[in-house]
Design a protein around this ligand. Structure first.
Ligand code: DP6
Length: 327
């Protein structure tokens, strides 16, 4: 074993066209392709060290020993890397997020992207970007989009080998901003794994899946042309379509809180006043406001004036997952 220890950094991402529902849960193949922007300011830095000195896998997340399901998901990912590398030894994983995980922001995209890169490198594997994206996909679907830099597209594909994310434009292509309004720090009522499984029980699911390809093609073209007036409504439509599926699943999942709806109305009235800003959501109540860099300060100012706003986090487009150090 030439390299035993490696540290990698990866960014979270915000999807403009969402992944919700799988064609194959085992392989984590999505029902549809998705489109996202890496978030420069939301990072996870992960160090993995394989050593015969460890009796068991040790996982530390933001300074605390991980237990239960959170640990199990990471150990399962280490097992994938061990199988690929033909390794038997246990590992120590130390992972730190730059953003508050309790804020309900998805840490699994940056987390599994950083873990895939650090663990594979520590195990002595030199995976291509495509191989890394496929590996990350097994940990968390959205993590495959955090491997390449900038604006990325995860092509649903037809098998595990062609279901991975590629860059469609580098971070410097467009100074877009994600201004994240944190209105709740409560844990999700239903995690994404269960949510994906429930999606097909919604009578709207097939209609959503059938409508994504067109929307994604239009969104991609608008993104490449830096045309926010076209991209924005598509981003909103896709987020609403995903939440409509969530709310009509059996049983239904309601991620929104009153403050989420309040912000939808707020964004519409700000737009009517000439401020070019659009909303989207992940599987949670917090609102991601998408605007151009020139409007960021104004969007931030207006959000901070809203009663009950807990925190506002701003991020521009971020780079690909990178190895920081390897030994
Ligand atoms: C709503 O299965 O990637 O964010 O592992 O919990 O991050 P986690 O979820 P994942 O599903 C992501 C669902 C989504 C939409 C998206 O990012 O495409």
């Amino acid at each position: 074993m030439s390299v035993q220890k490696a540290t990698a950094i990866a960014r979270a991402n915000i999807a403009f066209i969402k992944f919700w529902g799988q064609r194959d849960a085992e392989l984590n193949l999505p029902a549809n392709s998705s489109l996202s922007m890496n978030l420069a300011g939301l990072t996870t830095i992960t160090t993995v060290e394989f050593s015969p000195d460890y009796d068991d896998d040790l996982v530390s997340l933001d300074g605390r020993e991980a237990r239960g399901e959170a640990r199990q998901r990471i150990v399962a990912h280490l097992d994938r890397v061990r199988a690929m590398a033909g390794l038997q030894v246990k590992a120590r994983v130390i992972s730190e997020n730059s953003f508050p995980v309790g804020a309900g922001l998805a840490s699994s995209a940056s987390g599994f992207a950083a873990l895939s890169l650090a663990a594979s490198r520590a195990a002595g594997l030199a995976l291509s970007e495509r191989e890394l994206s496929i590996l990350a996909r097994f940990g968390s679907g959205s993590a495959c989009r955090s491997i390449p830099g900038g604006f990325t597209e995860w092509t649903a594909g037809t098998s595990s080998e062609d279901s991975f994310a590629r860059q469609i434009a580098p971070p410097e292509h467009w100074e877009l901003r994600d201004v994240i309004a944190i209105i709740s720090r409560a844990h999700k009522p239903v995690g994404s794994i269960k949510g994906h499984a429930l999606a097909p029980s919604s009578h709207l699911y097939q209609a959503r899946v059938a409508s994504v390809a067109d929307r994604l093609a239009q969104a991609k073209a608008a993104l490449l042309e830096k045309d926010l007036a076209t991209l924005g409504p598509l981003i909103e439509e896709d987020a609403i379509s995903m939440h409509a599926v969530m709310m009509t699943s059996r049983p239904p999942i309601y991620y929104w809180l009153p403050g989420s709806i309040q912000l939808i109305h707020q964004v519409q009235s700000w737009r009517a006043e000439g401020l070019e800003v659009y909303f989207t959501f992940d599987a949670g109540p917090n609102v991601h406001l998408i605007c151009q860099a020139a409007d960021q300060a104004e969007v931030e100012r207006r959000l901070r004036d809203i009663a009950g706003m807990l925190e506002v986090i701003v991020s521009g487009p971020g780079p690909e997952a990178r190895v920081v150090e390897s030994f």
